[in-house]
Design a protein around this ligand. Structure first.
Ligand code: HAM
Length: 416
């Protein structure tokens, strides 16, 4: 779990603004659900046999005996809230987005944390592939607003409850003949969650996966049509995609569309987003059958990739440092600071007795663009010395006119 120090905050502000703006452009309202949910919500929603449920949840029993879990993914909680607040009666689609912390007890590594933050969006109530396209377009707009380049969208379809069983049967039949050549994880998945066999990263398992039956070859007619019309929409939108017949996703609720987004340089865990359609989840959680589609994007990985691609953002700096020498001048500095802030100008000032030289050094260290210096002489004359710290230029300005004089001189700096 990471501390986000001041130097990192401009990057966070950048991606959070991009998330808010992308959601606004697509009409997705923000929803925030609690960090803790009943453990059963995830077990039912995501499904046993997935790493997330079997290995990665932070679950505990409260003093009151409740079994709770720190949110390991964002979709099931939003669907719980959707049902709990009667949103099924709203006109469809219901468009919801969120930026929330997610907890997974996974092995930490580069870009893989035990607490990460997801920007997610869920479009609920529409089965048409236009909804899938809209959701992918929203993710794409977010990447664009962030300034992320050269990412790759991988797309597939894993069918629905009608055609998937036939596929899984074929997959099992194939693997039954080769499972003794597979790794121990594959052997376990063969028993518990065969679809995940396609996601194994162990080199010796790759030839087995290459030769295995592919979900896209087993789609029923409606699933195939849905998949093809989605591809047509993406072409119309100019969103490039790469068909990856091995794409299966780690969560159990997906039907039909699945997608993941990768940066140009990647490790095995580096997806900068993933999502898909989950037409059965709401029913699984006790609602009436309601199709839905969405995505989750890890903001830490977005920031890592943006930095790798050269983005540099600076923390906000005070515009003015108000320096004062002498007891009376220091007292008079406080209302000067107030007048600057009231005018919307970021200002800091001396808070303890220090030499003028030390104060100007501090102004420099803080990155202030101006110093306003107040001594006994200035106090007596009702002025303040305004010094441009970059050019060294200095002029005396009326103390009560300082804020006004500054307003024109201050344009926002990069990163603000
Ligand atoms: P997910 O693929 O498990 O999907 O996670 C979505 C994204 O969160 C990943 O693509 C990655 O960017 C980020 N992420 C996941 N785990 C970590 C980690 N340990 N450290 C840093 N970043 C991570 C879901 O969670 C689904 N709820 C997405 C969804 C929404 N599907 C439909 N609607």
């Amino acid at each position: 779990m990471l501390d986000v120090l001041p130097a990192e905050q401009p990057y966070w502000r950048h991606v959070e603004r991009a998330a808010a703006e992308a959601a606004r452009l697509f009409g997705f309202d923000r929803i925030t659900t609690p960090t803790l949910e009943a453990t059963g919500l995830f077990v039912r929603g995501v499904g046993e046999g997935t790493d997330l449920i079997d290995k990665e949840m932070y679950s505990f029993v409260t003093k009151g005996g409740d079994e709770l879990t720190l949110r390991p993914e964002g979709t099931a909680p939003v669907m719980r809230a959707f049902l709990e607040h009667g949103m099924q009666s709203l006109s469809v689609p219901v468009r919801l987005s969120y930026v929330v912390p997610i907890y997974r007890h996974d092995r930490p590594g580069a870009g893989r944390y035990r607490e990460h933050t997801q920007f997610g969006a869920e479009c609920i109530g529409v089965a048409d592939s236009a909804a899938d396209a809209e959701v992918i377009a929203l993710a794409w707009k977010f990447y664009e607003l962030c300034g992320l380049r050269e990412i790759e969208l991988q797309l597939s379809s894993i069918g629905d409850e009608l055609c998937r069983p036939g596929y899984v049967e074929a997959l099992r039949a194939y693997y039954a003949g080769v499972i003794d050549q597979a790794c121990s994880t594959c052997k376990d998945r063969f028993e518990r969650n065969p679809l995940r066999l396609l996601d194994c990263k162990v080199p010796t398992c790759q030839p087995l996966i290459e030769a295995a039956p592919k979900p896209v070859d087993y789609l029923c007619e409606p699933c195939r049509e849905h998949f093809e019309s989605l591809q047509g929409h993406l072409r119309d939108l100019g969103i490039p995609f790469h068909l990856n017949p091995r794409l299966v996703r780690g969560l159990g609720y997906y039907t039909r569309t699945v997608f993941e987004v990768y940066p140009p340089v990647r490790g095995s865990q580096s997806a900068v987003g993933g999502g898909g359609r989950y037409d059965r989840l709401i029913e699984e959680l006790g609602g009436k059958p309601t199709p839905a589609v969405g995505f989750g994007i890890g903001l830490e990985r977005i920031i890592l990739t943006l930095k790798e691609q050269g983005l540099r953002l600076e923390p906000d700096r005070p515009v003015v440092y108000v320096a004062a020498h002498g007891e009376a001048a220091r007292a008079a500095a406080l209302p000067v600071l107030k007048s600057l802030r009231d005018a919307g100008i970021a200002a800091v000032g001396v808070t303890e007795p220090r030499s003028l030289k030390a104060q100007l050094r501090q102004a420099d260290a803080l990155g202030a663009r101006f110093a306003a210096v107040l001594g006994e002489d200035e106090l007596a004359r009702g002025v303040i010395q305004l010094k441009n710290l970059a050019t060294g230029e200095q002029e005396a300005v009326a103390r009560d006119g300082l804020a006004k004089a500054m307003v024109g001189a201050t344009a926002p700096t990069a990163g603000t």
